[in-house]
Design a protein around this ligand. Structure first.
Ligand SMILES: C[S@@+](CC[C@H](N)C(=O)[O-])C[C@H]1O[C@@H](n2cnc3c(N)ncnc32)[C@H](O)[C@@H]1O
Length: 209
């Protein structure tokens, strides 16, 4: 379903990010990626994926590091914001980009060795969160990485003057509960000052059986 044919909370948030609010985020965060190298180099070294899909990739602050690591990784980024994708394409033309919401990924099952989000599920409407996570797991052949703001109990936090635009959750637990085919490999915390703004991450492996 396209962004414009839905009329609900899911569309409200997707359109917020697709339009002026999302464009302003692009303007503010062009340099947000500069300190993220060590994390992504470490992930790429320890997990043997040959392709990766980032859901909500913005201007490529994560994909940039995967593009620059020692081995070649086929990279794809999707986002609802067209300006972000345009900037990503001009910086990293080797990355395949697509403007589409995370709840509707036009890729075959198991298309990517790694699928991941960084600071994106927190901005997904509660009514479509489960669908977005299902799509992320479906498109992964092996690894799923989730990096998001953590809270033990779900808490909504006003975000830049908007209600219902940011939810901290125990995303690791949600993945584990919803997808029994996932095993947790590791979890960790990326503090402010390492380019990630107090993000908790989980890395899962999909049952290969
Ligand atoms: C806070 S930014 C994080 C950007 C990037 N992942 C990073 O770590 O720098 C959230 C991004 O997710 C995108 N986004 C928000 N909701 C989305 C959705 N439902 N589907 C796809 N992208 C979405 C926004 O347009 C924005 O680029």
């Amino acid at each position: 379903m396209s962004i414009d044919t839905l009329d609900n909370d899911t569309t409200r948030l997707e359109q917020l990010w697709a339009r002026d609010f999302g464009n302003a985020y692009v303007e503010r965060n062009r340099e947000a990626w500069v300190d993220r190298g060590p994390f992504w180099q470490d992930v790429a070294q320890r997990y043997p994926f040959a392709s990766a899909l980032e859901i909500g990739c913005n201007v490529g602050g994560n994909l940039k590091w995967l593009a620059g690591c020692d081995r070649q990784i086929d990279l794809t980024g999707i986002d609802v914001n067209g300006q972000a994708l345009e900037e990503l394409r001009s910086k990293l033309p080797q990355v395949t980009t697509l403007q589409t919401p995370g709840r509707d990924l036009p890729f075959a099952d198991g298309s990517f060795g790694l699928t991941f989000t960084m600071g994106v599920l927190i901005h997904v409407s509660p009514e479509s969160l489960s669908d977005v996570m299902s799509e992320i797991v479906r498109c992964s052949k092996r690894f799923v990485l989730c990096g998001e703001y953590f809270a033990e109990q779900t808490v909504e936090v006003p975000y830049r003057g908007h209600e219902g635009a940011l939810y901290k959750r125990n995303f690791g637990q949600l993945y584990a509960e919803q997808f029994p085919e996932l095993s947790l490999l590791e979890t960790g915390f990326l503090p402010k000052g390492e380019g990630f703004d107090d993000v908790t991450f989980w890395i899962f492996e999909k049952d290969q059986g």
